[in-house]
Design a protein around this ligand. Structure first.
Ligand code: C2O
Ligand code: CU
Length: 492
């Protein structure tokens, strides 16, 4: 080694380490800024973050202080056909097994009281919050209500604080099986019991002689059907027409078996299926948030409905004492090729076409770093905001590239399933939830006829709480409500 290089070396080392420090500082600066920028303010307007997407249609004004969601309410006058007060409170209930569970409940019951109304009837439900902190709300899942009745705290109303009350008024125009649940801290409040069934029966057709709503839920670790975590038994006379309304109020799909009689799946998500044929020995897999209505005629022998993998079920028999074992099958009912093709009343040309690709990656979110859900590679709340104009026919393509299932639920609209994984479906069916597995690609259509600001989110509610949620907004609509801690509004 020469004297010179010996002299040089410390200088080189110094320069290199200075560069290293600079690079590290730059990286830290970038990360610090990304972290800082990802923090959400104490309260914010969900529309301030959305990245407007016009779906290839004309750009329309939005958030221009013209139409407040608060003005998009249901009928104020008129005598209600269904008037009800629902009181939300902390309670304790006892399951059929004897187990006592701490719950959040409407009227002290889980599920809350079933609300039933005739098609076209005026519904007036007053929500009273006794002691659920920091507040509650009621969302009418699957019912395309006017926007201000949609019950999303921080978006269509303020959460109702303990001691407060709020009245929802709307006309029940769609026939079918729906449900209601809190849309404040929904991941926690729904799982703990703030949900119930909402049923709209046809104005003219006679109902089935036995018409039962059955909600599947995991309530603080116990699998329940309705209020029971055991096999319930019921006496039913042979020849009785039975309709079961299966509701999945859980965060993941629930499977049912129906043994002992052929049955028909007559409706999904409240929408009647066309010419449903009798089937047997198929598993009914109801996605999170969805509903399947099945009918059968009671034979002289028993029929048993079972929530797969649990002790919960209902055994129907002549004397109410016997049951029948679940069929040993792995075949899952598929609505795509069931019944007669639906005469889809959907135009060939769409006014707007949106695409929402669900993925995940490491990113900052609200001052934390970790694996985040993404929509079109964007992280909440910086996600796409779908902008439409009233009257638009909209095509929505939903894909997922993550291992978890994502039951994507659109508020205020029903979507017609057009294709699945590149294949046109034989019998398009209407849904309010599209269940996406890894690699899935669904094309659905909806008619934008219900102005407002509407959520499109994963109904695996913890995913929504982790940011898997975006909004659909109509031209000119804005919200006076704010999301966040200071406003006490936590829709997810
Ligand atoms: Cu049942 Cu926004 O959800
Ligand atoms: Cu999800």
């Amino acid at each position: 080694m020469t004297a010179r290089s010996r002299l040089l070396r410390p200088g080189v080392v110094r320069a290199v380490s200075a560069l290293g420090i600079l690079a590290a500082l730059a990286l830290a600066g970038w990360a610090g800024r990304a972290w800082w920028e990802s923090r959400l303010p104490g309260t914010y307007d969900v529309m301030d973050y959305g990245q407007p997407d016009y779906g290839g249609g004309p750009h329309v004004a939005h958030a221009h202080e013209r139409i407040s969601v608060a003005t998009l309410h249901g009928p104020r006058g008129g005598t209600p056909d269904l008037q009800k007060t629902l009181t939300a409170a902390r309670s304790e209930i006892r399951l059929a097994s004897g187990r006592r569970v701490d719950v959040l409940a409407f009227d002290g019951r889980v599920p809350g009281p079933e609300l039933r109304v005739r098609e076209g009837g005026l519904v007036a439900v007053t929500l009273v919050n006794r002691d659920v902190r920091p507040g509650v709300s009621i969302h009418w899942h699957g019912v395309d209500v006017p926007n201000a009745e949609d019950g999303v705290s921080g978006v269509t109303q303020n959460a109702v604080p303990p001691g407060g009350r709020y009245t929802y008024r709307f006309r029940a125009r769609q026939v079918g099986t729906f449900w209601y649940h809190s849309h404040q801290s929904s991941a926690k409040q729904v799982s703990r019991g703030l949900y119930g069934a909402f049923v709209v029966v046809p104005a003219r057709k006679a109902a089935a002689a036995l018409d039962l709503t059955v909600a599947a839920h995991r309530l603080r670790g116990s699998d329940v059907l309705g209020t029971s975590d055991r096999l319930q038994r019921r006496a039913v006379a042979p020849g009785t027409r039975v309709r079961l309304r299966l509701v999945n109020t859980d965060d993941s799909p629930r499977r049912f078996t129906l043994a002992g009689a052929p049955f028909r799946v007559v409706a999904i998500d409240g929408g009647d299926l066309r010419s449903p044929t009798a089937i047997a020995g198929q598993l009914l897999e109801v996605p999170a948030g969805s509903r399947f209505d099945v009918t059968f005629t009671m034979p002289p022998t028993p029929v048993t409905l079972q929530l797969v993998g649990t002790a919960a079920g209902i055994a129907f028999s002549r004397d109410g004492r016997i049951d029948v074992a679940a069929p040993n099958t792995s075949r899952v009912f598929d609505p795509a090729a069931y019944g007669a093709p639906n005469a889809a009343r959907v135009p060939r040309k769409f006014d707007r076409s949106f695409r929402v690709d669900i993925g995940s990656r490491i990113a900052f979110r609200d001052g934390g770093i970790g694996k985040q859900w993404t929509m079109n590679d964007r992280v909440h709340p910086d996600v796409p905001m779908l902008v439409v104009r009233k009257g638009d026919w909209v095509k929505l393509t939903l894909t997922s590239d993550t291992r978890a299932l994502h039951p994507m639920h659109l508020h205020g609209h029903h979507m017609l399933v057009l294709s699945r994984n590149g294949q046109a479906v034989q019998s398009p069916w209407w849904v309010d939830t599209v269940n996406l597995a890894k690699g899935d690609r669904y094309e659905v259509a909806f008619h934008a006829t219900n102005p407002g600001l509407w959520m499109l989110h994963c109904h695996n509610l913890p995913h929504a709480a982790d940011g898997l949620s975006l909004h659909l907004v109509y031209e000119g609509v804005h919200t006076p409500f704010r999301v966040g801690g200071r406003a006490n509004n936590h829709p997810e």
